[in-house]
Design a protein around this ligand. Structure first.
Ligand code: KG4
Ligand code: ZN
Length: 360
């Protein structure tokens, strides 16, 4: 099955073409994956502005679609769409004006080319992103976790993005239960806000990671929020405030400003990592998990990947994290989640509307 997927939940306009095969052991090959990032348009505002996102999606969707199905809009597109079996589009969660742009665009294509359309949960996209692989790797079974499905479950999955921090227990590839989530800021949001406090540009995650390399992660004892609580919820807003107060109370000498910033960034990052890894590993031991899955934009954070990966491997478990380009928002993951939903629900017709606050 060839799936055309469209993602416009936030500030990336993304379309992908993914081939999906199998039911018990679904496998995926990314045929095309295109993303237009709007970061520059939002940067002056220090975060994503919904109406700018909407305007940019409107502009970029047709341009990105041409990258996927070619420039020849008449006969060429008709023949390209002949090979497409299903269209998947992100329904939520996300910014509603942005989501609607993608949904309307997908509906128009589905109607014009008479294709079934499936609405996808963006978070399921992140969750399943570990199943993505490149077309060139389709012959190689070594990196294909689907081969070892039976050995992966129960699994514990951590989704860490700009909008969400969620811990799930997966009983099999189609069934899971939410264990906990953040009560206030998401992990990525905390990275973005702390970056802003430190005068670093948006998005803050990669910036914090970069300057942390020059800092001491043990320099400042920031709180590890809710780490000692016997639940699986998170809270990052107090940690962000602790950074704010620290910066207010420690005006550095001019020649020490960069060192202070690097120490604050590294200590903050370490506090987030300790909290995420601590809670995830507690769930692993409670549920005797055989695998740890890490996804979402913050999964691009190398020290987090290293820390969680080391814990998982130390416990002789599988550690599955997508390639870097599939951590942050993309449409290939939406195709995968669309296929999984199709396996679960078939071609059941549902009205597709934007669901800004949809959870998992
Ligand atoms: O999943 P994503 O692309 O969008 C949402 O669905 O929210 O995640 C974006 C978030 C941003 O908050 C960004 O700062 C964070 O992921 N991020 C990172 C890194 N790269 C992106 N956070 C920490 N370290 C990184 N290297
Ligand atoms: Zn996302």
């Amino acid at each position: 099955m060839n799936i055309l997927a469209i993602e416009t939940s936030c500030d990336e306009t993304a379309i992908a073409l993914v081939r999906a095969t199998g039911t018990a052991r679904p496998q995926f090959a990314v045929l095309k994956n295109a993303v237009a990032s709007q970061i520059e348009a939002h940067r002056p505002f220090g975060g994503v502005v919904p109406n700018i996102a909407k305007r940019e999606h409107h502009k970029w969707l047709p341009i990105i679609l041409r990258k996927i199905v070619g420039d020849d809009e008449s006969a060429g597109w008709r023949s390209a769409f002949k090979k497409i079996d299903l269209i998947a589009v992100t329904q939520g969660p996300g910014l509603e004006p942005a989501l609607w742009e993608g949904i309307e665009f997908a509906k128009a294509l589905a109607k014009k080319y008479n294709k079934p359309l499936i609405g996808v949960n963006h978070l399921e996209g992140h969750l399943y992103s570990f199943l993505l692989m490149e077309k060139t790797e389709i012959q190689s079974s070594i990196r294909q976790p689907a081969d070892k499905f039976s050995k992966l479950f129960p699994a514990v999955a951590l989704i860490v993005s700009g909008g969400h921090t969620i811990l799930l227990r997966m009983n099999d590839v189609l069934a899971w239960k939410k264990l906990g989530e953040t009560r206030d800021d998401a992990a990525g949001e905390a990275f973005d806000k702390v970056a802003r406090i430190l005068g670093l540009p948006y998005p803050g995650g990669p910036e914090i990671q970069k300057i942390s390399e020059k800092g001491n992660p043990a320099a400042i004892a920031f709180p590890r929020p809710m780490l000692d609580k016997k639940n699986y919820d998170f809270s990052f807003s107090g940690l962000k405030t602790a950074v704010l107060y620290y910066m207010r109370d420690h005006a550095p000498k001019a020649n020490e400003a960069n060192k202070l910033k690097a120490d604050v960034a590294a200590s903050f990052q370490q506090a987030v990592i300790d909290t995420l890894v601590g809670k995830t590993m507690r769930a692993v031991s409670e549920f005797k998990a055989k695998a740890v899955l890490l996804s979402g934009g913050v999964a691009a954070n190398q020290p987090l990947r290293d820390a969680l990966g080391a814990q998982a491997r130390g416990n002789r478990m599988a550690f599955l994290v997508p390639e870097f380009k599939y951590n942050t928002d993309n449409a290939s993951m939406i195709a995968v989640a669309g296929y999984m939903k199709y396996l679960r629900d078939g071609n059941k017709k549902r009205r597709i509307t934007a669901r800004g606050n949809w959870s998992v």
